[in-house]
Design a protein around this ligand. Structure first.
Ligand SMILES: NC(=O)c1ccc[n+]([C@@H]2O[C@H](COP(=O)([O-])OP(=O)(O)OC[C@H]3O[C@@H](n4cnc5c(N)ncnc54)[C@H](OP(=O)(O)O)[C@@H]3O)[C@@H](O)[C@H]2O)c1
Length: 195
């Protein structure tokens, strides 16, 4: 959605509700797998929807929240943003961009009473994962995931990361030195890598 369309949609929503939003969640996202050297168009689209889509929503709602000195904003990033995942480089990069932006904004906006939450789900059973051919560890049902996300945002959590075992694994993986990481995840890259 273009920034102008998104702002108009936000204003129309506020009008229908009879007041401003006190919570906004940037959820829209696309995920396309493929090797890093394949092409730029998928990576560009993921950055456009996942990262810039979130930014446009942010700019449509945050100034009002800052003025009112209250509000909650969340971005649905992913555990895929915690480290560069082979065959998902464009997706990983777009989610890492979201995480970095949200972290910086969280610190900036705290004095204005605006809480920012980064949401990092693992594998959730939705349309985006339906097409995955590989085994998805700790796959969670969408309604359970939605509950965890909403509870986290409502209590003002800085980061909501789940399912717990997936989060712990990724936190550990994040600490691995590059050479060890390469060896561990290298085993998952089965097909020949090429454009
Ligand atoms: N499922 C997972 O395992 C998982 C894990 C980590 C993070 N996430 C993230 O969770 C979020 C929700 O994904 P999901 O799992 O619920 O997948 P999904 O069912 O495919 O939902 C994606 C949503 O994004 C919207 N969207 C896509 N492109 C858009 C665009 N250009 N403009 C406006 N809306 C657009 C879709 O709207 P339409 O239906 O109208 O196209 C849909 O509502 C995404 O950000 C995804 O990256 C998912």
């Amino acid at each position: 959605m273009s920034p102008t369309k998104l702002t108009s949609a936000v204003r129309a929503g506020e009008k229908a509700l009879g007041g401003p939003f006190d919570m906004a969640i940037a959820n829209a996202g696309v995920g396309v797998t493929g090797y890093a050297a394949k092409d730029v168009s998928d990576a560009e689209r993921m950055m456009q929807v996942n990262y810039f889509g979130m930014l446009h929503l942010f700019h449509a709602v945050i100034p009002g929240m800052m003025e009112r000195r209250t509000g909650r904003f969340a971005g649905i990033a992913s555990i895929a943003g915690l480290r560069g995942l082979p065959t998902a480089s464009g997706y990983s990069a777009s989610k890492a961009a979201m995480q970095a932006f949200l972290e910086a904004a969280r610190v900036e906006l705290a004095p204005f009473g605006v809480r920012i939450t980064t949401v990092n789900p693992g594998f959730i059973a939705t349309a985006i994962t339906e097409k995955n051919k590989f085994r998805m560890p700790f796959l969670m049902k969408a309604d359970k995931a939605a509950r965890i996300i909403i509870d986290g945002i409502e209590r003002g959590a800085r980061v909501v990361e789940f399912p717990r075992p997936m989060s712990l694994i990724m936190r550990f993986v994040r600490l691995l030195p590059a050479a060890v990481y390469d060896r561990v995840v290298g085993g998952y890259v089965r097909r020949e890598v090429g454009p």
